[in-house]
Design a protein around this ligand. Structure first.
Ligand SMILES: [Zn+2]
Length: 446
């Protein structure tokens, strides 16, 4: 692609006008290196080039905490708080999923994500139909870490979502054998015990062992809401982070969503284990959970990323909205020294990739990395007049998902100027409406 401003998100935070050359799914050259690399190609040219003039060229956005199974539930579980939202709405709705409804939910979410510049997701599935989740993710073209939600106990959990610890783990490992490294390396399987209140001590022990043995990420939730914290303490005698530390669940393979209520001692446990956290400001505000102190996470050098959580608690799957919220909330909490816009863009790109253990592959525009790229048009009225003076503030405070013009994964254009390559957006919306209506009719809601 040519003519854009490259916002590289490399260690030096390079921003430069220039071209980006993609060869066989990888970044072959950028900026000043492009002419020589082009000359070395057969014929001295590439078959096609995207005109990125007036645009910022970013590493594809990394969405580090998501539930694509919940996209069909958007708007169905309003005005609630976390535990009531789970017990009265989300779990009964998840229990009503079929393979068809789950696939429709994933495709609907993927349409929105790709159109918003997201190239990589970290998704927690529901308990069942995770094969369908993997197959559908593969077909969307997204890069994805995913795993079945593991639940073997808990108040208000429908029987259909409960499995014995052994069976839950066996099925997750079976999925790993099938999907880990599949779709040209785009898919990665994780173990996803939902949270402390839905998982027995034995399940945590088994997950920890399996994670160590097979090198799989453990994706879970922790310290999300005050009522959840109270129930966790009543159930296991401590808050989530000390419990995880005592059971060796915290490790460099741990990715924990929310962390809103972590105190300094708990954050130190996370840091010491080199575990990662994911900030989900939109979800935290909508469920009234609170405000995470992401500046403290970064100062403690905890790896961290950004996510929207599922569409049932946000209701957007829009990284630009999350970036604006993350910046605004940090400013409200630390008026004189908040997260800078550049740090917020890092959360959604290079830092998110590092949180998922993918920093050697994606998250920045650097030669040799996979060509996961998002091109953001900043030549519109709502960016003018100084769109490129500080591209980070433009991205965080002015840009919108609708400004994305091109989304590449492994160099493959999946979204180009309003059109999807691997998905039929109109059909995805129609399928989602049909499947959501059927699912609602099946669901045993209180
Ligand atoms: Zn979540």
């Amino acid at each position: 692609m040519h003519g854009g401003t490259l916002v590289c998100m490399d260690a030096a935070r390079t921003v430069a006008r220039g071209d980006l050359l993609v060869v066989e799914g990888r970044i072959a050259a950028l900026g000043e290196g492009v002419p020589a690399a082009l000359a070395a190609l057969p014929g001295g040219r590439v078959p096609e080039s995207f005109d990125a003039r007036g645009a910022l060229v970013l590493p594809g956005l990394v969405h580090a905490h998501l539930h694509l199974c919940q996209t069909l539930f958007r708007g169905l579980a309003e005005h609630s708080d976390l535990l009531r939202w789970l017990r009265e709405s989300i779990w009964p709705l998840e229990a009503a999923h079929t393979e068809a409804s789950l696939a429709a939910s994933v495709r609907l979410g993927a349409c929105e994500l790709l159109a918003g510049g997201v190239t990589c997701v970290n998704d927690m599935g529901t308990v069942h139909h995770t094969d369908a989740l993997g197959e559908t993710l593969a077909a969307t073209g997204l890069r994805a870490v995913f795993g079945p939600a593991l639940m073997d106990q808990g108040e208000g959990v429908p029987a259909r979502l409960l499995e014995g610890a052994e069976r839950a783990l066996d099925r997750a490992l079976e999925l790993a054998r099938r999907f880990h490294g599949a779709a040209g390396g785009r898919l990665t399987v994780s173990l996803a015990p939902r949270f402390i209140l839905s998982c027995s001590e034995g399940l945590w022990r088994d997950v920890t062992e399996a994670s160590r043995e097979h090198g799989l990420l453990v994706h879970t939730h922790l310290a999300e809401s005050p009522t959840e914290g109270g129930e966790v303490k009543a159930a296991v005698g401590s808050h989530a982070a000390p419990y995880f530390a005592a059971h060796d669940v915290l490790s460099p393979r741990f990715v924990g969503a929310h962390g809103v209520w972590l105190d300094d001692t708990e954050l130190e446990l996370v840091r010491r284990a080199d575990a990662a956290l994911v900030h989900c400001p939109g979800s935290n505000l909508k469920l009234g959970s609170g405000t995470a102190d992401v500046r403290a996470w970064r100062r403690a050098r905890v790896r961290c990323g950004l996510g929207s959580d599922g569409a049932a608690c946000n209701n957007r799957l829009d990284t630009f909205a999350e970036m604006a919220l993350a910046a605004g909330l940090s400013r409200a909490k630390h008026r004189d020294d908040p997260l800078r816009a550049r740090d917020v863009v890092a959360l959604a790109t290079c830092d998110g990739a590092a949180a998922l253990g993918l920093a050697d592959r994606v998250g920045s525009l650097e030669v040799g990395k996979h060509a996961d790229v998002a091109v953001i048009d900043v030549a519109q009225a709502h960016h003018a007049p100084f769109a490129e003076r500080d591209p980070y503030t433009t991205l965080v405070y002015a840009a919108r998902a609708a400004d994305v013009r091109l989304t590449l994964v492994d160099g493959r254009p999946l979204y180009v100027r309003g059109g999807h390559a691997a998905l039929d957006a109109e059909r995805c919306v129609a399928d989602a409406a049909r499947e959501a209506a059927l699912l609602l009719a099946r669901a045993e809601l209180p």
